[in-house]
Design a protein around this ligand. Structure first.
Ligand SMILES: [Zn+2]
Length: 691
């Protein structure tokens, strides 16, 4: 063996330096796999045996702790530089093919080695890349090592995927969830954390927006837990103000709905060599197992929340009209249930002229399973009926509902109060902890004792702040409930009709009132629309509404406008009628200004006699008939009309006229008489209105 080696090593190799390249992929390997490191350093001894002086053997191990897949590996770059400058006589490595982890780098190194006549040495032997056989072998080694890496990766990933399919893959859980002793996800046993999450979901359900949820927490002076995954306080529970991004990530996280999910994002290597993580749509998630563990909300509510967030996002964007804006007209948004299948119905708006008309849809199952949607009910009439019902129910004499609202508000305040009290308790617990820590330490150990003492003091101050906050907030709440709230509830009952009917009241405010009063509304579309209203406090009412008119009926032009058109047709052309109606401020069923073509269409739709038919019925003659009657050329008739010698009426916008019959007088006399008359009083007729 050594004979074979000796013949590859020449004097020109020995007069250049030897480079030993040592690489460990991960920091853990550096610590655990010392055996391999020792083998790598043993190569150094081999170089000495082959004739390189110790001082000219360089070791590159700057890549320790870097994975070969990382592009900017300094050590490897240095090696390539040394080789290409012709300063290296031999390159050594444990498994040389692993010098470079992608085969492109590896083949480039081989090429450079061949050009600069540099040898390569690994545990198996010594290679001269200038020789075809050696280069082939080295190339093969590179390919094999890449393949091996791939298989390893695939096996690892396969194992992960299998565990994920069973829902047993242990993944990092979001705040509020934790693993029990059997590695099964459970709700965090900490009551305060649980309470905070529950309140977050409830608040979102009530307000329908992440921003409003953040606001509500801030107004109530409530804190929210986080558990940082890195940096200071890693793994600990920290309490702080609730942030918008937190709300979003919690609402989007299906684990809170008790679902195991895997593969919500995909990481790919981009053309710039960096990894890019891309979030996937729900239909592209690799594994979704609803109901695989306990959760804070149901899968249905998770769905509703997603829809709500999507709608909110749309409301901000270009497609504003498609989504329900906060001021959206649908009164019952968020509290409508489908009476056929029990799921929550969503709102979709269709535009009717200038206005948006709400439609309550039960489409979730339909969309998900590619079936027809369950039911779709135009909402305008329902909203109106609910409004009437509220006006009927909320009277000063009927305080039952008002009191139910008060109860509701009281419970909400109590919930917030309990959470705040827990905040104080936690602060007190932390003081205790700091105190015990301080008491345990030897007082003579001043360095430690001082630090612990100041920590204790700090915790005491935090407790004081928490207590003050608590007292201030609960005093404010009490005051709110006792005076203002009670008064405003009574005032609400009294002023309700006024507030409700006031044009200036924003729709958002009406929705808020409605939500205070009504728990939910169930809709069933049959021969009639059945509306079941459940008030807060348990009372129910049922309404039956006629099926709403179809959209063309809704867009029907008012009957009195049609009558007006009918009247005007006796005197005017379509164009003139359109102008007159627009002057009166009337509009068509589509809320558009009138155009001659709209008048023409309405005439046809409502079977109104046209101006032409009316004039003919009144005995007016057309051009040819007039010419015949007067025994003149049709062109003369036109000329005479222009000169005002003949009385005529326009019946279309294209200067089409019908003539008043001349009577029994001979044409010439008629003409003379007529012109005299014209001199006395200028002939005015509606026909002179040129259109
Ligand atoms: Zn349904």
């Amino acid at each position: 063996m050594s004979g074979e080696w000796a013949h590859k090593i020449k004097a020109e190799h020995l007069c250049r330096d030897a480079w030993l390249y040592i690489r460990q992929s991960t920091v853990r390997q550096v610590f655990e796999n010392t055996e391999s490191t020792r083998r790598q350093y043993a190569l150094r001894q081999r170089a000495i045996a082959l004739g390189w002086p110790t001082e000219r053997i360089h070791v590159i191990d700057t890549d320790m702790g870097h994975s070969g897949a990382e592009r900017d590996r300094e050590g490897f770059q240095q090696l390539v530089t040394e080789v290409s400058l012709g300063r290296a006589g031999i390159v050594m490595g444990l498994e040389v093919s692993r010098l470079a982890r992608n085969s492109m780098d590896w083949h480039r190194l081989l090429e450079i080695c061949a050009l600069s006549e540099t040898l390569i040495l690994d545990e198996d032997g010594i290679y001269d890349p200038g020789h075809f056989n050696d280069r082939l072998l080295l190339g093969l080694k590179g390919t094999m090592s890449e393949a091996e890496l791939h298989v390893l990766h695939a096996r690892l990933h396969g194992g992960v995927l299998n565990a994920a399919r069973r829902g047993e893959l242990k993944m990092r859980l979001p705040i509020g969830m934790t693993y029990d002793d059997e590695d099964h996800p459970i709700l965090d046993p900490d009551q305060q954390i649980r309470g905070a999450l529950r309140l977050l979901f409830e608040t979102f359900e009530r307000c329908g927006s992440a921003t409003a949820t953040v606001k509500a927490f801030r107004e109530q002076g409530l804190q929210f837990p986080t558990r940082p995954h890195a940096g200071l306080g890693k793994g600990q529970i920290l309490w702080g103000e609730l942030r918008h991004s937190q709300v979003l990530s919690i609402l989007h996280n299906p684990r809170y709905a008790g679902a195991f999910v895997y593969g919500r994002s995909r990481t790919r290597k981009g053309i710039d060599g960096h990894s890019h993580t891309q979030k996937l749509g729900r239909d592209q998630w690799q594994i979704v197992l609803p109901g695989s563990h306990a959760g804070y909300i149901t899968w249905e509510i998770f769905d509703t929340n997603q829809q709500q967030l999507r709608d909110n996002a749309q409301a901000q964007g270009k497609e504003r009209r498609k989504g329900p804006p906060r001021e959206g007209v649908a009164l019952l948004q968020g509290i409508v249930l489908c009476g056929k299948c029990g799921t929550r119905m969503t709102v979709r708006y269709t535009s009717l002229g200038q206005q948006l008309a709400p439609n309550y849809m039960c489409q979730r199952h339909g969309v998900e399973h590619g079936k027809a949607i369950c039911q779709q009910i135009p909402g305008a009439a329902i909203d109106e009926a609910i409004g009437r019902l509220l006006l009927e129910v909320i009277t000063p004499g009927n305080l039952e509902v008002a009191l139910a609202i008060e109860q509701e508000l009281r419970t909400r305040v109590q919930e917030a109060d309990a959470l705040r009290r827990q905040q104080v308790e936690r602060a007190r617990y932390e003081v205790d902890l700091a105190r015990r820590r301080y008491q345990r330490v030897d007082p003579d150990n001043r360095l430690v004792a001082d630090v612990l003492e100041s920590e204790w003091n700090e915790k005491l101050r935090a407790l004081q702040t928490a207590q003050d906050d608590y007292e201030r907030q609960s005093k404010r709440d009490q005051r709110c409930l006792d005076e203002k709230q009670k008064a405003s509830i009574l005032a609400l009952a009294k002023d309700f009709p006024q507030v409700w009917n006031d044009q200036a009241t924003p729709q958002r405010e009406r929705k808020r009132l409605l939500r205070l009063l009504i728990e939910d509304v169930t809709l069933i579309k049959a021969k009639q629309i059945q509306v079941h209203v459940r008030f807060r406090g348990g009372k129910t009412r049922s309404l039956n509404l006629p099926l709403p008119q179809s959209s063309w009926q809704l867009r029907q032009t008012d009957q009195h406008v049609i009558e007006e058109i009918d009247r005007l047709l006796d005197h005017y052309t379509d164009r003139q009628i359109a102008e007159r109606l627009n002057e009166q401020g009337l509009h068509s069923g589509w809320e558009q200004a009138f155009q001659p073509r709209i008048i023409a269409r309405l005439r046809k739709d409502y079977h109104l006699k046209s101006r032409y038919e009316r004039l003919r019925a009144a005995g007016m003659l057309n051009n040819e008939e007039m010419a015949q009657r007067l025994n003149i050329q049709p062109s003369t008739v036109k000329k005479w009309r222009r000169e005002g010698k003949l009385k005529a009426h326009a019946y279309s916008g294209r200067s089409d006229y019908l003539y008043e019959p001349p009577g029994d007088n001979p044409p010439l006399k008629y003409q003379r008489q007529h012109s005299r008359k014209r001199e006395k009083e200028p002939f005015v007729s509606d026909s002179t209105v040129e259109v």
